[in-house]
Design a protein around this ligand. Structure first.
Ligand code: CTP
Length: 442
């Protein structure tokens, strides 16, 4: 496959050297087009040596071959990494003043931008409008990863890791087979890495080993705990840390999936390499999940959704007053998002696998698994991952905020329950394996 790798002028340009290695070792021909600014970070010699091809951003090089037309037309895929705010603006505005921007206008195949910039620049209305414009034209723009940036600042703006960009890019081209030699040993080359690294899944290795069981699949994962506001400073929340949802996303990414990660409040950082969407309340989570579910092969509802929300949200802070009765909070029921996702699938006649989570306690009437089986029938999802909650033998909390977990995975079709125990990642891998088994080859 012919790939064009556009490199923007940001410190993260060095990571694109690793991305380039992943592409070339997977057997693809890569033409690198570095912007002039990017050559202040990584020189043209590096791109030419690693790609084995000329690397220029000058439309007046190789004029006899009408480079800007030829390269764009011949590209099966264009990846721009890092995509700076400036490059996103130029692409959204249709500018064509160098080889990279003209090539983007000539593109016939899929185009993927992997942005990297400071959080303020990413969140700026101008950048967000440019991203929205590009996405509305069918161009793929990854959300930046969250983590340490070049200076002392931390937040969304990091370039997603090369393995994640590699998997996201190849997933855009149907039927691309990754050559046996694609390994992540690029990740161990001596290219300097200066910023802190959020752990990322070894997608390329998984793809190369044929272990990418979810390669080309779109997985939507909800995570964290919703917060239902009472007034501008108070909310009803829950103990969910988001750790299990993050582990699921990392496991799905490692299996080659593209992941949309919709998260309410979490105590941990969201996963690198996923498209992130932050929400607060159950109603926001519902809108985001139903919108994303339309294109999903798998929906995993790991979020702890508040069943109720205050019927009234006070616009001012609720005050205590000596001569006035203490407030009573009235609650109304939130929609059951999992049930709605199942109904949405049926209405769309969609082939989709839906996984629910349940935290259960037993009592005198039934044990936790009995309640879980009943919940699985009521919700109608394909798999239900059941945690027993409440104090463990030592009196310590068993699930929420803990690093390890123990679950039973029940199937609606009556298949024998599967048990998994260990780290949240071990549990996530068991869920992802079952999901992949049921989906079969893509
Ligand atoms: N869930 C949902 N929408 C809700 C409540 C729960 O989508 N309003 C989803 C959760 O994300 C989870 C599953 O349903 O995947 C089960 O959550 P749980 O809280 O155990 O179920 P409830 O329906 O709230 O049942 P219970 O009455 O036992 O609290």
């Amino acid at each position: 496959m012919n790939i064009v790798l556009g490199v923007g002028g940001g410190i993260a340009a060095y990571k694109s050297a690793l991305l380039l290695r992943l592409f070339t070792e997977a057997g693809h021909k890569v033409t690198v087009i570095p912007t002039e600014a990017s050559t202040k970070f990584v020189g043209v010699a590096t791109w030419e040596a690693l790609s084995g091809r000329p690397a220029t951003n000058d439309v007046f090089d190789a004029v006899d071959q009408v480079n800007h037309v030829r390269i764009g037309h011949e590209a099966d895929l264009i990846v721009v990494a890092p995509a700076t705010a400036d490059l996103l603006a130029k692409a959204a505005g249709g500018q064509a003043n160098d080889l990279l921007t003209t090539t983007l206008l000539m593109a016939r195949g899929p185009v993927l931008f992997a942005p990297a910039m400071h959080t303020e620049m990413w969140r700026h209305a101008a950048t967000q409008a440019n991203v929205a414009t590009l996405r509305s034209r069918g161009i793929h723009v990854l959300d930046p990863a969250v983590g340490r940036l070049t200076g002392p600042d931390t937040g969304p703006g990091r370039l997603p890791e090369p393995e994640a960009i590699f998997a996201a890019a190849l997933a855009l081209v149907p039927g691309v087979l990754v050559a046996e030699s694609a390994t992540t040993d690029a990740a161990t080359t001596d290219v300097a890495t200066s910023d802190a690294v959020t752990p990322v899944p070894d997608t390329a290795a998984a793809v190369a080993n044929g272990a990418a069981a979810l390669y080309g699949r779109h997985v939507v994962i909800t995570a964290g705990g919703t917060r239902e506001p009472l007034d501008p400073v108070r909310f009803l929340g829950n103990k969910s840390s988001g750790k299990q949802g993050v582990a699921l996303a990392e496991s799905a990414l490692a299996a080659g999936a593209t992941v949309t990660f919709i998260h309410a409040h979490m105590d941990v950082a969201p996963p690198a390499g996923a498209t992130l969407q932050a929400v607060e309340t159950a109603l926001e989570l519902r809108s985001a999940t139903l919108a994303a579910a339309g294109s999903a092969d798998v929906v995993i509802m790991a979020a702890a959704v508040a069943d109720f929300r205050p019927s009234n949200v006070s616009t001012g802070k609720i005050k205590k007053r000596d001569n006035v009765a203490d407030p009573v909070i009235n609650l109304v029921r939130n929609p059951d998002i999992l049930v709605e996702v199942v109904a949405h699938r049926a209405a769309q006649n969609q082939r989709q696998l839906i996984v629910g989570f349940a935290a259960e306690t037993g009592d005198a009437e039934s044990d936790a698994l009995g309640y879980a089986r009943e919940k699985l029938r009521r919700k109608g999802c394909d798999l239900l991952v059941v945690n027993e909650v409440g104090p463990g033998e030592s009196g310590a909390e068993k699930v929420f905020g803990q690093d390890a977990n123990r679950v039973h995975i029940l199937s609606l079709d009556g298949a024998a329950p599967v048990q998994a125990a260990g780290s949240k990642r071990t549990v996530a891998d068991a869920v992802v394996e079952l999901v992949a088994e049921r989906l079969g080859p893509g």
